[in-house]
Design a protein. Structure first.
Length: 584
């Protein structure tokens, strides 16, 4: 599909956060109120070059502006007549945020409203509130929750969280322009805050809630407060309950009743429950379909994927899962981590002290060996020197390089620098995390396999199977002598791998995996050239230009297979930047 490599060479690679796309529709109220407040009720912060007719309804949210103003003012003991301004501050894939500013003293609060498409309903807000209260009680700078409602049938007409506004600035794009010394200061502060987060003692893995916010039929395990923290924040007891992570509730998964969403009491349960969830969904709702990523379809000759193949792979994963649990019990301890630790969620003072971490939605506890890892915007796992913890050095020939080569070398150094010093600070300030990273050199493969086992199936039968093939081929590294029966002594015996693959199946799976990796690289270049993120989003200002560039790339792709009518038809039908049926 993307055979014209010449057109791609001049574009650099960029990475975007991958969202889960929902299939929900929100009807618009045809009323004068809606027309007057359309800017507040609808998504206006960007456009999509394909399937915009799906994305916009997902983000439509009608509510009572007057009632929201009232509860926001009341949260700081003010009257709605004291409000100076009410404006939309931000909106993303799951929530819309409004800023309410008061007269006289200029006090500001934020109102965060999840879209009707955001799931799990009620539990998402309830869990974020309890999470914020708990970690705030452990001296971690997060917004203070002033008021909240998990019931959309309230006078506002929507679930909401009212919280204080953090004063400071997000690192954002300045993260890439800071000096090495400045970046290290932020990095050190981040690791020190992570150490406080890792130190919170939890009785099980799962999401956090106030007990009274859980439905009567949902169990929760009470978190006993430590002596130096006030966990309750005056709202009651906090407990560990069901996982809120979106993959557990995506699509019809929210309708599944007889699955174990947590709390999970041991590491094996955490590993297996997520795959059992996906098996349950496949048994009830799975049907043949194309891979959601249209560019992947060529690699499997445009055949629809069958759910039975992925079910068989999940069964193999369940056989191997108990062997992925380390014998070291300290690595089983449930810990919390920020679910999206990226620069825009890190607020700093003018002196670059971290004064706020925002966006804790979908935060859940996991055993430390599954939660451990370097944050995406810091890690440099693709680089061998970073993987082997080698101190970074600038090339001796840097001054002799041309502008482009020099820029590439400096970027490589920056990534190595961040990766190395994150590990260094972690070793010094958060030894339990470093132990989890250093204990098992196959932890990246284990975490990736765990992630793929729980990902909602959208026609991709390759990723998890490829992970398992790699595990079979590297079994003596996956199950080391330290984790074998006998505890790593001279008598330790590594058990045989409980699963196998035919040679031809393994080779074919790894071949397609390589094809997918090439396609990912090509798509990243094309998205960067067009100016869109992974779901086709672009800014309002760039929309028309992005549409035009997407058409140019499509013409280029079709022209590159002009001698093959079938290839032309398939490229036209499965072009990844046109509207399409998402569950076809």
């Amino acid at each position: 599909m993307f055979s014209n490599q010449t057109a791609l060479r001049c574009f650099r690679r960029n990475n975007f956060r991958i969202p889960y796309l929902g299939y929900y529709s929100v009807s618009h109220m045809a009323s004068k109120t809606v027309e007057t407040n359309r800017e507040l009720f609808e998504y206006t912060s960007g456009r999509w070059i394909y399937n915009e007719s799906l994305r916009l309804p997902e983000r439509a949210l009608v509510f009572s502006v007057r009632e929201l103003k009232r509860v926001a003012a009341a949260s700081i003991h003010r009257h709605e007549t004291d409000i100076k301004s009410f404006k939309k501050l931000a909106e993303g894939g799951f929530n819309r945020v409004f800023e309410i500013t008061m007269k006289d003293d200029g006090a500001k609060v934020l109102a965060r409203l999840p879209y009707p498409s955001t799931v799990p309903k009620r539990l998402t807000v309830a869990s974020e509130v309890a999470t914020l209260d708990l970690i705030r009680s452990h001296d971690i700078p997060v917004p203070k929750v002033l008021d909240y409602s998990t019931n959309p049938d309230n006078p506002v007409g929507a679930e909401y969280i009212i919280m204080e506004k953090i004063h400071g600035d997000p690192i954002g794009e300045s993260w890439y322009t800071l000096s090495d010394k400045q970046r290290l200061k932020v990095l050190k502060g981040l690791v020190q805050l992570e150490a406080k987060l890792f130190a919170i003692d939890l009785p099980a893995s799962g999401g956090l809630y106030y007990s009274h916010d859980l439905p009567p039929d949902v169990k929760g395990i009470i978190i006993r407060p430590s002596q130096d923290s006030d966990v309750t924040a005056g709202r009651g007891e906090i407990c560990v309950g069901p996982v809120t992570s979106l993959k557990w509730w995506y699509g019809e998964r929210r309708l599944l009743c007889n699955i174990n969403r947590g709390p999970h009491f041991d590491a094996t349960e955490s590993l297996t429950a997520i795959a059992e969830k996906e098996l349950a969904w496949l048994q009830s709702y799975g049907k043949p379909r194309f891979p959601f990523e249209r560019a992947y379809r060529e690699a499997t000759n445009y055949r629809k994927s069958v759910p039975e193949e992925h079910m068989a792979t999940l069964e193999k994963y369940l056989k191997i899962a108990p062997y992925l649990v380390p014998k070291d019990k300290s690595l089983h301890r449930p810990i919390l981590r920020h679910p999206d630790l990226q620069p825009n969620n890190i607020f700093v003072s003018k002196d670059l002290d971290i004064i706020g971490l925002i966006d804790w939605q979908y935060c859940s506890a996991l055993p430390i060996f599954l939660a451990a890892g370097i944050p995406q915007y810091i890690q440099n796992y693709d680089d061998e020197e970073s993987l082997h913890f080698i101190p970074p050095k600038l090339p001796k020939t840097l001054d002799e390089m041309g502008a482009h080569e020099r820029s590439t070398a400096l970027e490589q150094f920056r990534r190595r620098h961040l990766h190395f010093y994150y590990l260094g600070f972690t070793q010094r300030f958060n030894p339990s995390h470093f132990h989890a990273l250093d204990h098992d050199r196959s932890h990246l493969l284990k975490r990736k396999t765990f992630t793929h086992a729980g990902d909602p199936w959208e026609g991709n039968n390759v990723q998890l199977k490829a992970d398992l093939v790699h595990m079979v081929q590297n079994w003596d590294k996956v199950v080391t002598s330290a984790d074998a029966e006998g505890g790593g002594g001279t008598d330790a015996v590594v058990p045989p791998c409980p699963i196998t693959f035919d040679l031809s199946e393994a080779q074919d799976t790894l071949r397609i995996e390589k094809e997918y990796e090439k396609i990912d690289s090509q798509l990243s270049l094309i998205r960067d050239a067009i100016g869109v993120s992974i779901d086709g989003w672009t800014s309002n200002e760039m929309f028309e230009d992005a549409i035009a560039r997407a058409k140019e790339f499509k013409k280029m792709a079709i022209d590159s297979v002009s001698d093959n009518k079938i290839d032309q038809e398939m490229t036209e039908k499965h072009w990844p930047f046109d509207d399409f049926v998402e569950d076809e």
